[in-house]
Every structure is written in structure tokens, then in C-alpha cells.
Design a protein around this ligand. Structure first.
Ligand code: GRG
Length: 352
């Protein structure tokens, strides 16, 4: 149920405008938080956030800012000004930056957002420390917020952090599982992993906005559930971009997930299909030889022929349908609800 839904027409703002507005609202508090770090991890954090180069020179290549925007928009959807939830928005953006940083170390990824990853630019030890510093800063920022609901907000964050660890553990363990047979990763196992690895933080981002706005539990729960399903959709699209994305747009090379035997949704779906492409793909992926670049390109073609690409897109859209259902289930401020709805297709059809 949405308060006085406006007629279906051109949205008030485009998705990039909505993300920019939220980024600008949060930026001063995020800058102030980074300024409280020790200067060395502070410099690396500024690099990770896309604010400066490794030599300290300023640049402007930040991430999309989806999580901070979700916090601001959910506070607004719950009837409060976005400013009410700035500490939550800062916290989720810091945690997001920390998890990317540590994830790049765990995966050995050397490029993110067209630049060297933090561990590649500064070394693994300093990068680990910077991730830890961002983690601590996020918790401190939220706990120190003068908002009457900051205790509840910290509990939401703590639960999300535990889920993130579980999701990441599952994702890493999946790499050692076979592609086929009784030990193969099933679609429901993938969903559970994505719900934790990516859904937990998006769900937390949404919940923090509502909690800090003083929303009643049904509203918090509905928005948290919306965020989690958005996270599963987002991760599924991330998997697609990892196989068919344009490195110029995504900022990272293609096929790294395949090379690492990551159990991504398009591959799981392609292997579950029946037909000649699935049989060829199975033979290729289970061959005892490591896949070279040509074999990886061939695998991408076979995954698409076997229907893995379209199945993944359909799965992402299915989760967005659930997000819309969650938004409709509670009374929300119409303008903010419209902004959230505007972001959904942008996040599924994104190229980066
Ligand atoms: C919480 C203690 C603790 C540990 C974290 C490293 C880790 C454990 C979890 C990894 C979580 C992770 C990196 C999930 C992937 C989520 C994802 C799809 C990230 C890409 O997000 P975008 O596209 O990135 O929003 P930008 O570049 O736009 O900021």
C-alpha cells in the first residue's frame, strides 16, 4: 500500500540524479568520518572511495553509492528527512568499501573501477588494515549518532555483518565444489549465499533508514526485506557483468569469476539446462586442464547458448518483483517510494 501513488508517468528524477542527490547529502559526513582515521589508512580509504589517486592527488571516480542512497531514501519513505539517517548511510558506505577491499584481497583481484585495487596499489597488509579501519569507523559512526534509535541501528548492522561473513564463507567454499553431480551448488544454495553476501548489506541499508526515521516495525521489516531481495537481484546482475560486461564500463576484467570456478547464477542455470550447449559446457568446465582465455570466451558463449544469461536476468527481475511487492505492502511517502522504484530498473539493467 503506497500513499497516494502518483500517476504512472515520467519520474521526478532519473536514477543517476537520485544517486547524486543522496551522495551529495551524505558526502560531508562521510568526509568528516574518513578525516577521523589515522592519516595512513585515511589516505588508502580515500583511494578506495575513489576520492584520490595512490599519489594522493584528487580524482573523482567513486562507486555508484547504491547503499547510502537506499538508507536516505528509506528514511524519506518512512516520512523523515534524509538527513535523519546520514549516520546510517555513512556506516553502510564504509562497510561496503571495507568489504570490497577485503574481497579483492581474498579473490586476488587486481583491478576495480578502472584502477589498481587497494592491496595492489599499497600492499596486502596496509589494505587489510584499511579495511579494518573502515569497519571500526562504521560501527563508531553509527553508535555515536545522537539519534534515539542508534542502539537498534547498531544491532541491525551487527546482524548484517555476521550474515556478510557467512555469505562470503559460502561463496569461497563453493569454489572448491564440483560443477556437476550431487556435490554441485544448487540454485537455492546460491540464493542463500547471495542473500547473505550482498542482500544483507542492502537490507541493512534499507532498515537503517527506516529505523533512524523512527518507523514502526512492519515498515522496517518490509523495507529490510525489499533491500535483501534487491541484493540478490544485484548480485545476479553482478554475475552477468562478470561474464558479459564491458571492462570499460565495469572497471574490471571479464571472466575472473569463471577462472576462479565461482559458482555464479548464469553458470549454475546453464548447467541445469538440457541440450547440446549444456553438454559442451559441462565437458569444458570439467576438463582437467585450466581454462585459458580462449576457453573462457568459449565457455561464455556456451553459457549464453544454454540459456544461463537469460535465466539470470529473469531471476534478477523475479527478485525485483518481490521488492515491488514489499514496497506495496506498507504505507510509504510517495515521492521517496517513487525514487526507490526508479532505481530498480537502473540497478538491474546497469552496465557497471
Ligand atoms: C563483515 C567482517 C565482515 C567481513 C566481510 C569480504 C566479505 C566479508 C564479504 C564480501 C562481500 C561482497 C564484496 C559482496 C559483493 C557485493 C557486490 C555485488 C559489490 C559490488 O557493488 P557495487 O556495484 O560497487 O555497488 P560500486 O563500485 O558501485 O561501489
Amino acid at each position: 500500500m503506497t500513499m497516494a501513488t502518483p500517476a504512472q508517468c515520467t519520474p521526478r528524477s532519473t536514477a543517476p540524479q537520485i544517486l547524486d542527490r543522496c551522495r551529495e547529502l551524505v558526502h560531508p559526513a562521510l568526509t568528516a568520518a574518513i578525516g577521523r582515521l589515522h592519516p595512513w589508512p585515511g589516505e588508502m580509504a580515500a583511494y578506495a572511495l575513489g576520492w584520490s589517486e595512490a599519489d594522493g592527488k584528487p580524482v573523482g571516480s567513486p562507486g555508484k553509492g547504491v547503499r547510502q542512497a537506499l538508507t536516505v531514501l528509506c528514511a524519506e519513505a518512512a516520512g523523515a528527512p534524509g538527513e535523519t539517517a546520514i549516520a546510517g548511510a555513512v556506516a553502510v558506505e564504509l562497510i561496503h568499501t571495507f568489504t570490497l577491499l577485503h574481497d579483492d584481497i581474498m579473490d586476488g583481484d587486481e583491478t576495480r573501477r578502472q584502477r589498481e585495487t587497494v592491496w595492489k596499489a599499497y600492499g596486502t597488509g596496509p589494505a587489510v588494515l584499511t579495511g579494518d579501519a573502515l569497519f571500526a569507523l562504521a560501527v563508531e559512526t553509527l553508535a555515536d549518532s545522537p539519534n534515539a534509535h542508534s542502539g537498534t541501528a547498531v544491532r541491525h548492522l551487527a546482524r548484517a555483518l555476521n550474515d556478510l561473513v557467512r555469505g562470503q564463507a559460502e561463496d569461497l567454499l563453493f569454489e572448491a565444489r564440483p560443477w556437476t553431480g550431487p556435490e554441485a551448488v544448487r540454485p537455492e544454495e546460491y540464493r542463500s549465499m547471495a542473500d547473505r553476501k550482498t542482500g544483507a548489506l542492502l537490507g541493512c541499508a534499507a532498515a537503517l533508514g527506516a529505523v533512524l526515521a523512527g518507523a514502526p516495525s512492519p515498515t522496517v521489516d518490509a523495507l529490510a526485506r525489499a533491500g535483501r531481495h534487491l541484493g540478490v537481484a544485484f548480485q545476479t546482475v553482478d554475475d552477468l557483468l562478470g561474464i558479459w560486461g564491458d571492462p570499460e564500463a565495469t572497471g574490471k576484467p571479464v571472466h575472473n569469476d569463471l577462472r576462479r570456478m565461482k559458482k555464479t547464477y548464469p553458470v549454475i542455470a546453464a548447467l541445469a539446462a538440457k541440450g547440446p550447449a549444456t553438454r559442451s559446457l559441462t565437458a569444458l568446465l570439467t576438463s582437467p586442464h585450466p581454462l585459458d582465455d580462449a576457453a573462457l570466451r568459449h565457455a561464455a558463449v556456451l553459457i549464453e547458448e544454454a540459456g544461463g544469461r537469460s535465466a539470470a536476468l529473469a531471476e534478477a527481475r523475479r527478485h525485483v518483483g518481490i521488492v515491488l511487492g514489499c514496497l506495496d505492502s506498507v504505507r510509504l511517502s510517495p515521492d521517496a517510494a517513487e525514487d526507490i522504484r526508479t532505481l530498480l530498473p537502473f540497478l538491474v539493467d546497469r552496465r557497471m
